[in-house]
Write a protein that binds this ligand. Structure first.
Ligand code: ATP
Ligand code: MG
Length: 177
């Protein structure tokens, strides 16, 4: 029991339904409430989303956020600047993971980074594998690769049953971003 509590597991939130990013930030909120230290590294995205704003405003004592993406969400062939930013991010997170300074480390949209070949699944798994044993890791984003799902201890797939974007509802501030 004692040992189980001290070991950090690897969780993956994937699938094309809504809820992956909000689930990971929800976990950050819960961990902060328990006095735990959290690091969130966000790949492929660089805008100041409301959830990041909330962390800066209300949770900065416990939660640190860094973004490794450019201004717009990656949706076409990545350019060399996007690749460089993601690779530098993974290097930074490798050190964060190994440092033992954080109880929870969230690799936001890391599945997307792998999907767009910013880095490989193997490079991601290597960084996670070399973490401090107590550190819990959350990897989010659609299209989780089979290698990452096989490696993880927990995989949740958000399945889209329906979504209002099909009715033409655009992303709303405070709800989607
Ligand atoms: P959330 O951030 O709400 O938890 P998510 O992390 O599961 O969602 P992502 O795949 O990261 O979802 O997508 C980012 C946002 O874009 C989500 O809020 C989602 O609702 C929205 N979205 C997803 N697919 C579409 C689409 N085809 N058109 C418009 N918006 C979409
Ligand atoms: Mg997301």
């Amino acid at each position: 029991m004692e040992q189980q509590e001290k070991r950090g597991y690897v969780q993956v939130y994937t699938g094309n339904g809504k809820g992956k990013t909000t689930a990971s930030f929800g976990l950050a909120l819960r961990a902060a409430g328990a006095g735990k230290k959290v690091f969130i590294g966000q790949f492929a995205k660089g805008q100041l989303y409301s959830e990041i704003n909330a962390v800066h405003k209300f949770l900065s004592e416990y939660v640190t956020v860094r973004q490794y993406g450019l201004k717009c969400f990656l949706s076409k062939e990545p350019n060399s600047m996007e690749i460089d930013a993601a690779r530098a991010g993974l290097e930074e997170m490798r050190k964060i993971l190994a440092s033992g300074l954080y109880d929870v480390v969230i690799m936001e949209e890391a599945n997307i980074a792998v999907k767009y070949n910013l880095f490989t699944a193997k490079e991601l798994i290597d960084a996670v594998e070399q973490r401090a044993p107590k550190t819990e890791v959350i990897i989010t984003g659609r299209y989780a690769s089979q290698e990452i799902m096989d490696y993880a201890d927990l995989v949740t797939e958000m399945r889209e049953v329906k979504h209002y974007y099909q009715k033409g509802v655009m992303a709303r501030k405070g709800i989607e971003f």
